[in-house]
Design a binder for this molecule. Sequence first.
Ligand code: AMP
Length: 188
Amino acid sequence: MDKQTTITLKKVCVYCASSDQCDQVYKEAAFEVGSQLAKNGVSIVYGGSSSGLMGSLADGAIKHGGKITGILPEFLNSVERVHTGLDDLIFVKDLHERKRLMIEGVDGVVSLPGGTGTFEELLEAMTWKRLGLYLNPIILVNTKNYFEPLIQLIEKAITERFLTPDQRQIFKIINFPGELISTLKNNN
Ligand code: AMP
């Protein structure tokens, strides 16, 4: 786990909020993540919605000519929800199939702040990584220190020996979108 390797970045999966009610600072960070990935030629797979941080992420990517694919379960297919500017929109049977497809073949997973949907996706990716089913980086974009309680919970799990100390390395934390590309590339 501590051998330094640089990975080729072609496609990443981004998990993030559907809420539009959150502070503008989160939306700006999501837009910037989309922009950074697009400017660096990295294509994005995400939830496909135009709402919340998902919409900001997609807008940032599209503005900078990025390739972005949305994966939506059929029951979420409605005009208000689907982002109309995507390169690809894939409809799947249910949320389980979506999660499996979103992470398949990606060079990295990025989580922005969000609610239970984001937590679920992120925690599943962490579990897959623990079990060796997914091997690439998982990056938390810790805008406004949003993930602090989750980081504390992981520390508690280590203290209580539900996780081992080396499992801290399952994910990396960055505070600003500007750190994203170098952190994704440096798979140590
Ligand atoms: P949440 O953080 O609870 O808002 O959930 C956001 C995550 O769950 C996204 O990464 C999506 O994959 C999925 N999701 C939740 N709500 C929606 C929605 N209305 N449209 C598309 N995806 C959604």
